[in-house]
Design a protein around this ligand. Structure first.
Ligand SMILES: [Zn+2]
Length: 447
């Protein structure tokens, strides 16, 4: 039995082209049932016992839920613990030792903290990569929040400077991933499984080949990092004789079911390869700047027809999990070398919505407000000094609005936040537990 929700009098962004319409949206059974003027509850479809509620969206922008396609929920407790380092030092000196010290309890709190921050900032779905161990705890924690996520267990079976607790044998890594896949690979569920080999540097040829085979066989998404940093590209070149994306292609890890985070340093051939294979690129502008990785050739990739979506990456390399920051920065950064007309607000908005849905293989269900699509919606107050006058709402959303302007968040027809109050997560409790878990984590690492 489903509940009905009616959003009245909003300024709504409708369809893939996000056309501005003042209208009502009727939600039922987790989906958008109707879009139009003066809608009311469909009494003929209702049976007794079904709850109905109305949200007055007057003065608010109603837009599709934002989708972040590259996040590490497990790293949220490390926010502020790994500043001012470049990628490989950042991993070896801080992130890997901290990930190695995680317990199921600290991972649970880290994931809840991340999801709370993302919901409060209007993100309704994420593609994530967790750590090597205890990934089940993350699946279970996220499932309880009503948030939508594709979650991957990090796989790493080779590499220098990896702590003992993160070193896996190839078979162990595959077995644990398959075990999680069997439990969580349900297309109807809000929480789903993806394969997440960390990056070519810390994965054996055998592991990557096997992931490629299993992903195709089971129609599962693969989420990994590629060509983020020049030293990383050099390491892969020395080991394999190939550039990073060329190498991933050679093991079968390109295609419409493969999502590559970063892709900052690409050859002409690699760009062509990404376009030809329909491989998705996950752009993380804040992370690329903070780790001094470089500026990804996003305009060039978009011109070639590559699907590029957005993510905050992990809290220690950003240090926010905020899609508004990423949309704004994605647009601004491309203008540096491509001119002021490059990557306009509408393109940044699409990267944060429909392109994210495409990455997840869910463009028919997510990424825009349309009848029949899932009801993942965000209501944003645009009547504040910094968002006035909102004459062009997409421009206001991308260049002026901030995460704290988000008022209401709906995922799969369920209201997860209203009036900035979270309903599925006890915010105060999670913040306090995060502080104590962080202290204990530092004690275990000796930081
Ligand atoms: Zn990452």
């Amino acid at each position: 039995m489903s509940d009905f929700l009616l959003i009245k009098n909003g300024t709504c962004l409708i369809g893939e082209e996000a056309e501005v319409q003042n209208c009502d949206i009727l939600i039922g059974d987790g989906q958008v049932l109707e879009i139009g003027d003066s809608l009311s509850f469909p009494t003929f479809k209702m049976s007794s016992g079904q709850a109905v509620s109305t949200i007055n969206a007057t003065g608010m922008l109603v837009c599709p839920g934002f989708i972040q396609t590259h996040v590490h929920l497990c790293q949220t407790l490390f926010r502020g613990s790994a500043d001012d380092l470049e990628l490989l030092d950042w991993l070896r000196k801080r992130i890997w030792p901290l990930e190695a010290a995680h317990t199921p309890q600290s991972l649970t709190i880290s994931a809840l903290l991340a999801v709370a921050e993302m919901i409060k900032g209007g993100t309704t779905a994420a593609l994530t990569m967790e750590t090597v161990n205890h990934t089940e705890a993350v699946f279970e924690a996220v499932q309880r929040t009503g948030f939508r996520a594709f979650i991957g267990k990090c796989m790493m079976d080779v590499g220098d400077g990896v702590p003992e607790a993160l070193k896996e044998r190839t078979k162990e890594s595959l077995d644990e991933s398959l075990r999680l896949m069997k439990r969580w690979n349900n297309r109807e569920s809000l929480v789903q499984f993806c394969f997440a080999p960390r990056f070519a540097v810390s994965c054996s040829h055998e592991l990557l080949q096997e992931v490629a085979r299993l992903a195709l066989e089971n129609s599962v998404l693969v989420h990994t990092h590629a060509s983020e940093n020049l030293r990383e590209v050099e390491l892969v070149l020395n080991r394999t004789g190939m550039r990073n994306v060329d190498y991933l292609h050679s093991v079968g890890l390109t295609g419409n079911h493969v999502a590559l985070a970063h892709c900052v340093h690409l050859s002409e051939e690699e760009k062509q390869l990404l376009a030809a294979t329909k491989t998705h690129v996950l752009h993380c502008p804040s992370s690329n700047l903070k780790l001094a990785s470089g500026i990804a050739p996003v305009c060039d990739l978009l011109k070639r027809g590559v699907n590029v979506s957005l993510g905050a990456d992990g809290a220690p390399c950003n240090n926010r999990l905020d899609i508004f920051t990423e949309m704004r920065l994605a647009a601004l950064l491309q203008k540096v070398s491509n001119g002021s007309e490059a990557l306009p607000a509408k393109v940044a908005f699409k990267m944060a919505t429909i392109a994210g849905a495409r990455t997840l293989g869910m463009e028919k269900q997510l990424g825009s407000i349309e009848v029949g699509k899932k009801a993942d919606l965000v209501l944003i107050k645009l009547n504040k000094p910094h968002t006035t006058p909102a004459s062009d709402v997409i421009s206001t959303l991308v260049y002026s609005a901030t995460a704290s302007d988000v008022d209401t968040v709906i995922v799969n027809g369920r209201v997860l936040m209203q009036g900035r109050q979270l309903f599925s997560i006890d915010e105060e409790k999670v913040v306090n537990l995060a502080k104590s878990e962080f202290k204990q984590l530092c004690a275990r690492v000796g930081l």
